[in-house]
Design a protein around this ligand. Structure first.
Ligand code: SAH
Length: 342
């Protein structure tokens, strides 16, 4: 048993059965042993490869989106360019490089990063040293007097979520218990009610993330107050659906969720419906959810690929396919655009 597993068993011993959300919070962000706190999980040698790590084209065309949003906003002379969960800083570096030719953009952009991982902060500091980024561990410390442009790629899926299961006409929370030194799922009755209850059948699992919803609410409220635009990119679905998508990833393979806690990434698919619900409550404007492949093509990724190929870059067709094809990242990953004030 590793140190983090011991800590979780102790907490269960003290407080009783643990929610999936608390388990995920400890596994990913425990201040000493959390997965994101201790290591850089990205890249071929790591556990998973994200779109910006597949190809520079991803960040370059998102740069076009950011530059276009900034122009629509009336080219403010200062604005916050915030990335949530920036990984190695690759996406931000590619965006800023791609926008270098957009008159005034890079001078106006103040790069802010929302990040919890010391290991990844060090990588970001290296990748983005030219832009003097400022780090935040929560949104409260953000400047409040200038407009904002927000990017979040594979950030929401890393935020904790709970699971509920419908058994004999009522909801139970799926919880984690400790049994003979191992973790096991159990259930406990829940008082929560959900809008999809009418459609639920025996055994259906519903995933709910209060943390994702409250993160979205803070982002929308910030945009509403100070004007701006945001882009959330993640794997998930447009409408709330039943299903267990809790997964652990190690070395590019799916592994059991209780194996080597703190050494594997834990995620679930993002349900975009409640995020649209928040945007609508806060009254920020949204575009319908798009598939990543369609979104990147709309921003001209094919022309960019053509250009890079002509310049002699290797592997461009393969990378373009990976980012945009329906059987690859193109359809599973979705894009939510929200904005206010221009
Ligand atoms: N966006 C990057 C990395 C995705 S991995 C890319 O596309 O390559 C998830 C990122 O979110 C990591 O940088 C991780 O450290 C960060 N993260 C996870 N939970 C977080 C939290 N609660 N607050 C801030 N950052 C978090």
């Amino acid at each position: 048993m590793n140190s983090l597993e011991k800590i979780i068993h102790q907490e269960i011993g003290r407080d009783g059965a643990m929610s999936v959300a608390r388990f995920m919070e400890l596994a990913l962000s425990h201040p000493q042993y959390g997965y994101y706190v201790c290591k850089d999980p990205l890249g071929q040698a790591g556990d998973f490869v994200t779109a910006p790590e597949v190809s520079q084209m991803f960040g370059e065309v998102l740069g076009a989106w950011a530059a276009h949003s900034w122009m629509q906003m009336g080219r403010p002379s200062q604005f916050i360019l915030l990335e949530c969960g920036p990984g190695r800083g690759t996406l931000m570096a590619d965006m800023m490089r791609a926008c270098a030719g957009v008159d005034g953009f890079c001078d106006a952009a103040q790069v802010h990063l929302l990040e919890v991982s010391p290991a990844l902060k060090a990588k970001q500091a290296e990748a983005l040293s030219a832009y003097s980024p400022q780090w935040h561990e929560s949104l409260e410390s953000l400047r409040k007097d200038v407009p904002i442009i927000i990017i979040a790629n594979e950030f929401f899926d890393a935020l904790p979520f709970e699971q509920y299961i419908y058994i004999e006409d009522r909801w139970f929370e799926r919880v984690i218990v400790s049994k003979e030194g191992a973790f096991e799922f159990s259930v406990k009755p829940s008082d929560r009610s959900f809008s999809v209850s009418e459609k639920a059948k025996d055994g259906d699992v519903l995933e709910v993330s209060d943390v994702r919803v409250s993160m979205m609410k803070m982002l929308c409220e910030h945009i509403k107050r100070h004007k701006g635009a945001g882009l959330i990119i993640d794997y998930g679905h447009a409408k709330t659906a039943f299903g267990d998508t809790f997964q652990a990833i190690k070395g590019h393979e799916s592994v059991p969720v209780f194996s080597r806690v703190g050494a594997c990434d834990l995620t679930s698919h993002v349900d975009f419906e409640p995020l649209y619900g928040v945007a609508s409550d806060v009254e920020v404007l949204t575009q319908p959810l798009m598939e990543q492949g369609d979104f990147l093509k709309m921003l001209g990724i094919e022309a960019r690929a053509q250009y890079l190929k002509q310049k002699g870059a290797d592997g461009i067709e393969k990378d373009l396919h990976r980012l945009t094809a329906r059987g690859e990242m193109g359809a599973l990953f979705k894009v939510m655009d929200f904005r206010y004030g221009f």
